[in-house]
Ligand binder design. Structure first.
Ligand code: C2O
Ligand code: CU
Ligand code: CU
Length: 504
């Protein structure tokens, strides 16, 4: 780490240390005071020197569209986790981690019934493993942290995709380093297609745009800054001031006056977005994490916590050539009463994500179907067991599930193969947590809080649990094996808000 960066943060850290870790759950009202030096010239100079944000001119870089690895065209793909230097900014090389030498990493596209076949080599200094988020695959293929492979070792992933169309993703999952690795680049999209979706004639090719949204911090040399481990708020989650979309800082994308399908993934470390367009009031939510909704739902904004995906249709038909439309995040105050790094905009900040430039007239004659797919509702009466999982901070400021810091080998829950269960996810902390389970998809039954989320209507593998709220989900366990469930705030799952369940 750059020395000046460290100095800068050590000044700001002073105020936080006094609050102590154990009070982390109640910091909303007693927001710690910055030390007097915080506003001094020293800080101002260092902020200016270290932060590149002021120099990022929004909407000047063209949105990068990831290459695709399409398993209906290729039999096999090669990935190796490696250090690379890439042009996130057009005028500088940034040190990152990639799977094939550049960012964004390729999007995987595969049809239901297709075979996934990939050789993975770890060229990093530490053990790592790839997880296919949302995929329901055998334990050995899932990428459990216990299966991390050492430096220079390879792993062969080979499995059949048996689940329905949806926008999934992949990322590395080593115990304790997932945050750092994803932050530096090790994630990508994973799209499953199926016949049912084909019949719907949704916008495709240039009218289908994947958007992976990730906030980051850069120093003035355009290098990524990850957390300062001595700075408590960074351990609560790393927020940044520069939003990358497909590894492009605050980009623009040229569109025509028609309907676009945007597949959006929140691949950030901690930030929850409340997505909206500045001059388009309504758009259609057509899908969630693990598939399409029964019917499109018209919304003005949609909340997207870490690891969640939304599939939306936005229509530029009322726009003129030359118009510009900004995709932004509105303030999302409800999930953030917590001590995140005050040097960077919080969840409640309104931030620009990207801009659409309308460059061509297009007569879009396509009609979006009123009915998309059917989602058979799982019945509470089918559940053979109800478990409660609590999200808590224990002494020492450690994030946990059920007060137990993660142990890679401990079995925390035993589940009967083929059974259906209700999980009550109880958040006892004043901060929203995105809760994720491997190897399943689930449905949200209800939440006892005030918020209602249109995404609760669809198939989910990650669900936001608001502060002090309890969310009840219903899950059917279809494959045997040893899997994890965890908070998907990357710094929480790393320290140590994760647990294992065994399906047998
Ligand atoms: Cu995105 Cu353990 O998963
Ligand atoms: Cu996962
Ligand atoms: Cu969490």
């Amino acid at each position: 780490m750059d020395r000046r960066y460290f100095l800068h943060f050590s000044v700001l850290t002073a105020g936080y240390l006094f609050t102590g870790c154990e009070e982390r759950g109640t910091t909303d009202k007693k927001k710690p005071q910055k030390s007097p030096e915080a506003g001094s010239t020293l800080e101002k100079i260092s902020v200016q020197e270290e932060k590149v944000f002021e120099k990022v001119i929004p909407f000047t870089q063209k949105l990068k569209i990831p290459d695709e690895i399409n398993f209906s065209k290729v039999d096999k793909a090669l990935f190796s986790a490696q250090k690379s230097k890439v042009n996130l900014f057009s005028d500088a090389k940034t040190d990152v981690l990639t799977f094939q030498g550049d960012l964004p990493n390729p999007t995987i596209r595969i049809s239901k019934g297709g075979t996934f076949n990939l050789d993975f080599t770890n060229n990093l200094a530490d053990p790592t493993i790839i997880h296919w988020h949302g995929l329901i695959v055998p334990e050995e293929m899932d990428g459990h942290p216990k299966d991390a492979i050492s430096t220079n070792q390879s792993k062969h992933y080979h499995y059949k995709v048996e689940q329905n169309a949806g926008t999934y993703w992949y990322h590395t999952h080593p115990h304790g380093r997932t945050g750092e690795e994803i932050y530096h680049g090790l994630s990508g999209l994973y799209i499953i297609e199926d016949k049912e979706e084909d019949y719907l004639n949704l916008p495709k090719d240039e009218f289908e745009v994947p958007l992976v949204i990730q906030d980051r911090r850069f120093d003035k040399k355009r290098q990524l800054l990850y957390k300062n481990p001595a700075f408590l708020p960074d351990n609560n989650g790393v927020i940044g001031d520069v939003i990358l979309v497909n590894a492009t800082p605050i980009p623009f994308h040229e569109v025509k006056t028609g309907k676009y399908r945007l597949r959006i993934l929140n691949g950030s470390s901690v930030r929850t977005y409340k997505l909206a367009f500045d001059t388009i009031e309504q758009f259609l939510l057509i899908g969630t994490d693990a598939g399409l909704l029964e019917e499109p739902v018209s919304v003005e904004s949609v909340v997207l916590s870490v690891a969640e995906r939304v599939d939306i249709i936005v229509d530029f038909k009322d726009k003129q050539v030359g118009d510009k439309v900004i995709l932004k995040t509105l303030g999302f105050k409800d999930g953030n009463n917590f001590g995140l790094n005050p040097d960077y905009p919080g969840f409640d900040a309104v931030m620009d994500i990207m801009q659409f430039h309308i460059t061509e007239n297009f007569k879009d004659t396509s009609v979006l179907p009123k009915k998309l797919v059917s989602i058979p509702r799982m019945k509470e009466s089918e559940a053979v067991k109800t478990r409660r999982i609590t999200m808590e901070v224990i002494s020492g400021g450690i994030w946990t599930l059920d007060k137990k810091p993660y142990d890679m080998h401990r079995i925390d829950q035993r589940v009967k193969l083929g059974s259906t269960e209700i999980w009550e996810l109880k958040n006892s902390i004043h901060m929203a947590h995105p809760f994720h389970i491997h190897g399943v998809r689930f449905q949200v039954l209800d939440r006892d809080g005030k918020m209602a989320f249109p995404t609760d209507k669809g198939w989910k593998d990650t669900v936001i649990v608001m502060p002090n709220e309890m969310v009840r989900i219903i899950v059917h366990f279809t494959i045997p094996g040893f899997f994890v469930y965890h908070c998907h705030i990357l710094e929480h799952e790393d320290h140590a808000m994760m647990a294992n369940f065994l399906v047998e």
